[in-house]
Design a protein around this ligand. Structure first.
Ligand code: DC
Length: 222
């Protein structure tokens, strides 16, 4: 039977960086579920679907086929036959994903895909509802978080490094409003599963977080 590690937490807590490193270390497959919500969002944007109109979103979901492939171990998201991985990380896609990930039709389609992937391989899957909804029987569940100030500062440093102008206070406000949307939606809101281990990375570097989670997994394997 395949083994799953679920990593949930708010935006900017470092889930994908940590999950990728852990997956490489443990020889598991990394599944980025946010990328699936983003691929769905690309379809809505490309087809001018109004994210406030649930019926229009429901109808559009029927026309979406998302599959996942791996090239050199890196997840690729295929939307109706086209590799859209390079379109997923834009601000516009993030906003559309945030508005449309609350709908039942969107979630149930992607949760099915996520469960199928976890059945076929050992996975480290990150998202918002992995430990609570997608894989309630995951072998290890981690709730990775950090203060909104710490998360905003990391994002600010990253943007500045890329030469992009930005305001720390705006980034922090944006992070807090996304947290609110993720934690207060009706279906599968972001929350720590009762049996998840909380890891607060506010004062930890990447190596320390990887070491802490590796230890949690090893303890469980004993
Ligand atoms: O982690 P991310 O920023 O790539 O996620 C994109 C959006 O999808 C974000 O608004 C939260 C949502 N999401 C979700 O609702 N459930 C998941 N399992 C993963 C992401």
């Amino acid at each position: 039977m395949s083994v799953s590690v679920a990593i949930d937490g708010p935006a900017g807590a470092g889930k994908s960086t940590i999950a990728k490193l852990l997956a490489a270390k443990m020889n598991y497959i990394y599944v980025d579920t946010g990328a699936m919500y983003r691929a769905m969002a690309v379809y809505f944007s490309q087809n001018q679907v109004n994210p406030e109109d649930e019926e229009a979103v429901n109808a559009a979901v029927e026309n979406v086929n998302i599959t996942i492939e791996y090239i050199d171990g890196v997840q690729q998201v295929i939307l109706n036959g086209e590799n859209v991985t390079h379109l997923l990380r834009t601000e516009e896609t993030g906003k559309m994903a945030s508005k449309t990930s609350k709908y039942a039709a969107v979630r149930s389609k992607l949760v099915d895909l996520q469960r199928k992937l976890a059945k076929t391989a050992d996975v480290i899957m990150d998202g918002r509802d992995i430990g609570t909804t997608v894989l309630p029987d995951a072998f290890v569940k981690i709730y990775l978080t950090a203060s909104s100030s710490a998360r905003a500062k990391r994002r600010y440093d990253e943007l500045m490094e890329n030469g992009e102008k930005c305001s720390l206070s705006e980034i922090k406000a944006d992070i807090e409003s996304r947290d609110y949307a993720d934690m207060h939606r009706e279906i599968s809101p972001l929350r720590k599963a009762d049996d998840a281990v909380l890891v607060d990375t506010s004062d930890m570097n990447i190596e320390e977080v990887v070491a802490a989670i590796t230890q949690i997994i090893e303890e469980k394997q004993k």
